[in-house]
Design a protein around this ligand. Structure first.
Ligand code: SF4
Length: 372
């Protein structure tokens, strides 16, 4: 069975097996679109850890308290199975846990473990990024309950200014210590340098990478930085140098991208000299920790395009039919597949995109849909 049909059939089987649940089907996890390479799962609402670069306050989430997300693990699985943009299984949608909260926050740990256990049952390739740590006595439980190749990212932005930037978080050494223990248990683990704060992270680049390496963390993902007006002021007050790096001054809660390209390139060079493997995005890390590549890997390193999964025309045709449409034609220019179809709904593209780990463009009549 081809990759697309496999994901769609598994979705039907699991939906029947787990049944319906009104609360799950109404939940946002049953509706929202993935980001360009995966669906985000939130084990909590809000975060009270107070990192000064955090933008959840500007997104409207509480910062004076944190609460476990109201769905149980099983309900989360049902919600994802009813999401028309998502499919389960190893050829299904990548999942990222913990983007707008801290998954290892003590008040969320049980919920995070419950979610990881159900995600493992769905079989999607999952990733989790953390800054908080959990007690060693729960390590085996974490290892057993989660995806065997779970991609684990240890977020670090600074060593010297960690206490100022992240006042309630454990120091980077303790995060790396946990990361090394997780690595020894067989998961994929990478240092996630994020946010990259000009004037702070760049000055410590070598130190951060060497420290990660001393804990046997050999993969590194280089993140970026977005700022709102509030975050910009916070960062300036602690020595960030952002002049000339923003397209415009942010208005209110608007998030403005900060150009850190030169810093990333320099960190890449240092990491390569240290013998580390640079992964270009969090999605790239999820792919590689599951022994595959995705379009993010291929965009940054064209040689990796050859490792993308082969496209099976029959599978594509049958899959499009199962999704309610008809495939007229398709063409591939790595890492993009452009399909001409009839009768498809827009969300089918998210599913095809993940099945073939390539970016998808759908042309239908006069409409053109892209998934980024
Ligand atoms: S731990 Fe994450 S979600 Fe919590 S305040 Fe820090 S950056 Fe924000």
């Amino acid at each position: 069975m081809g990759r697309l049909v496999k994901a769609l059939k598994l979705k039907d089987e699991l939906k029947k097996e787990l049944g319906k649940d009104p609360q799950a089907i109404k939940d946002w996890h049953a509706k929202r679109e993935p980001r360009d390479c995966g669906i985000t799962v939130h084990p909590g609402i809000g975060c009270d850890l107070g990192c000064i670069y955090c933008y959840i306050a500007d997104m409207g989430f509480p910062t004076d308290k944190v609460e476990p997300y109201p769905l149980t693990g099983k309900q989360l699985a049902v919600a994802l199975l009813h999401n028309p943009n998502v499919t389960p299984g190893p050829t299904g949608t990548y999942v990222a846990v913990g983007s707008v909260t801290e998954p290892f926050h003590p008040l969320l740990l049980d919920k995070t473990f419950d979610y990881l256990e159900w995600l493992k049952r769905l079989g999607n390739y999952a990733q989790l990024s953390y800054k908080m740590i959990f007690p060693e006595r729960r390590l085996n439980e974490f290892v057993e309950k989660s995806d065997p190749n779970l991609s684990v990212l240890i977020s670090i932005t600074s060593i010297k200014k960690a206490k100022i930037l992240e006042p309630k978080l454990p120091p980077p050494e303790m995060r790396l210590e946990l990361g090394e223990k997780i690595l020894k248990k067989g998961k994929g683990v990478a240092l996630f340098v994020r946010p990259i704060i000009p004037g702070i992270t760049d000055i410590e680049a070598g130190m951060i990478l060497e420290m990660a390496l001393s804990y046997n963390i050999k993969d590194v993902v280089l993140g970026g930085l977005r700022v709102t007006k509030r975050i910009l002021e916070n960062l300036r007050n602690v020595g960030a140098k952002l002049e000339g790096r923003l397209k415009r001054y942010p208005r209110g809660r608007e998030q403005v991208y900060v150009n850190t390209w030169d810093i990333r390139k320099n960190m890449e060079r240092i990491a390569n000299n240290l013998g580390m493997r640079v992964l270009y995005t969090a999605c790239d890390a999820n792919a590689r920790h599951h022994d595959e590549v995705c379009w993010d890997s291929c965009i940054f390193n064209r040689e990796l395009c050859d490792e993308l999964p082969p496209i099976d025309e029959l599978d594509l045709r049958e899959g499009v039919e199962l999704l309610g449409g008809e495939l007229i034609s398709f063409k591939v220019k790595e890492p993009v597949i452009t399909l001409e179809t009839r009768g498809l709904r827009r969300n089918a593209g998210w599913i095809i995109q993940m099945a073939y780990r390539r970016q998808v463009i759908i042309r239908q009549g006069k409409r053109v849909w892209k998934y980024t």
